[in-house]
Design a protein around this ligand. Structure first.
Ligand SMILES: C[S@@+](CC[C@H](N)C(=O)[O-])C[C@H]1O[C@@H](n2cnc3c(N)ncnc32)[C@H](O)[C@@H]1O
Length: 233
């Protein structure tokens, strides 16, 4: 018990899938050869709140942006191509998704580092105000009430995200699930550290030009997606 209190990562669980269908040879080879080269070089829980993300890249980048749960990596890859002066950290425990992003990186991308596991490990490790932008696009909705505690957005994660984002930095969130949308707005808006930027309905109905729509955004399994931008105040 004491051990878990000192090391919260030992206690918390990731509820999603880590593996899907068998990877093609090309993708399995990329996991073997390229993933170790681009994986963030730290251990879970160590060190705590002290890593400057700029130190994780072999080049000086103007800003560091992080995506939580990048899925197949299409949004991250597109953002990384459009913003070569930004370093990107992508977190995704689903290895088939990681393999998808590796295919994109292998083509022509240098400015991405991956954490092939729970984003909360990275959130524990990074120092205060060290990120310039955060993306949480179509997080798992966990529709059953008894599973709501599995949703990524909770008081604790909002507090951590506020700790990590520099003042004026953006936190971009998307979902096509009305119930999850209400949930996330409730938790993020009650934080004194974030302000929702929308002034009219079009601001959340239409993604800005610099916001590539993801696979889940296209699928619209639960409804019409909303695009929410919050600023760290
Ligand atoms: C519904 S999918 C959306 C994927 C992608 N963002 C998109 O819009 O296409 C949610 C993703 O979040 C990932 N995820 C869930 N919990 C996570 C966590 N704690 N850390 C990092 N990724 C997580 C899942 O593995 C899954 O790939």
């Amino acid at each position: 018990m004491t051990l878990c209190m000192n090391k919260p990562y030992l206690k918390r669980k990731f509820y999603g899938r880590r593996k899907g269908k068998t990877l093609t040879k090309k993708r399995a080879d990329l996991i073997e050869s390229l993933l170790p080269e681009v994986t963030l070089p730290f251990e879970k829980g160590k060190p705590d709140n002290s890593i400057d993300p700029h130190s994780l890249f072999n080049k000086e980048y103007k800003e560091i942006w992080m995506e939580i749960g990048f899925g197949d990596g299409a949004h991250m890859a597109e953002q990384a191509r459009r913003n070569p002066d930004v370093g990107f950290i992508g977190c995704e425990p689903f290895m088939n998704g990681v393999a998808g992003l590796l295919c994109e990186i292998d083509d022509d991308i240098q400015n991405i580092r991956i954490w092939p596991d729970d984003a909360r490990d990275v959130m524990d490790a990074l120092k205060d105000a060290s990120l310039d932008r955060l993306f949480l696009l179509h997080p798992d909705p966990w529709p059953k009430k008894r599973h709501h505690k599995r949703r990524f957005i909770q008081d604790k994660t909002v507090e951590q995200l506020a700790r990590l984002l520099r003042k004026g930095g953006e936190f971009r969130v998307a979902t096509d699930d009305q119930n999850l949308c209400d949930w996330m707005l409730y938790y993020i808006e009650k934080s004194p550290h974030f302000e929702w930027t929308a002034k009219c309905a079009d601001d959340w109905r239409t993604p800005p030009d610099d916001w590539p729509v993801t696979r889940y955004g296209e699928k619209q399994l639960a409804g019409i997606p909303v695009y929410l931008t919050f600023v760290r105040i």
